[in-house]
Design a protein around this ligand. Structure first.
Ligand code: RB5
Length: 151
């Protein structure tokens, strides 16, 4: 599994640690920047990079980090096929995968410390969609919503 990862300047302090965690999980990180702490960069650009990597099949899932995680999740959820969840606790991290089939984890480096961020990432990477009928139905409704609102 390839996991795309990207951050803006607000998320930069966490990115290297989370790349290590992706490797520890047995997955391959695809680092889409930022490659240095550039105070004028914009989180939507990184959300687009991760969304495109998933859309094209270069990555199966992704991680986005900004200062709060909010901007990254708002931007990522505008992209077709992306179900991004902002998770600052391990319960949301695994439930967002098991029930909601999230394919992008968003984190805020100004909200969670490095140890918690690594733990959330570990839990998120290990969790999988349950496939339960009621959850499929709900995710299908989300997909339908995306199609409906495109027009
Ligand atoms: C950048 O300063 C900050 O606004 C951004 O990283 C993020 O927190 C937005 O939600």
């Amino acid at each position: 599994m390839v996991v795309a990862i990207a951050c803006d300047h607000g998320g930069f302090p966490l990115k290297a640690l989370l790349i290590e965690e992706i490797r520890r999980s047995g997955a391959e990180p695809l680092d889409l920047g930022a490659f240095r702490e550039e105070p004028l960069d914009d989180y939507p650009d990184y959300a687009i990079a991760v969304g495109q990597a998933i859309h094209s099949g270069r990555a199966g899932e992704g991680i986005l980090i900004c200062g709060s995680g909010v901007g990254a999740s708002v931007a990522a959820n505008k992209l077709p096929g992306i179900r991004a969840g902002l998770c600052h606790d391990t319960f949301s991290a695994h439930q967002g995968r098991e029930d909601d089939d999230c394919n992008v984890l968003c984190l805020g480096a100004r909200v969670v410390g490095p140890s918690l961020a690594v733990e959330i990432t570990r839990v998120w990477l290990a969790a999988k969609f349950s496939g339960a009928e009621r959850h499929r139905r709900r995710v299908d409704k989300v997909r339908a919503l995306e199609k409906q609102w495109k027009s």
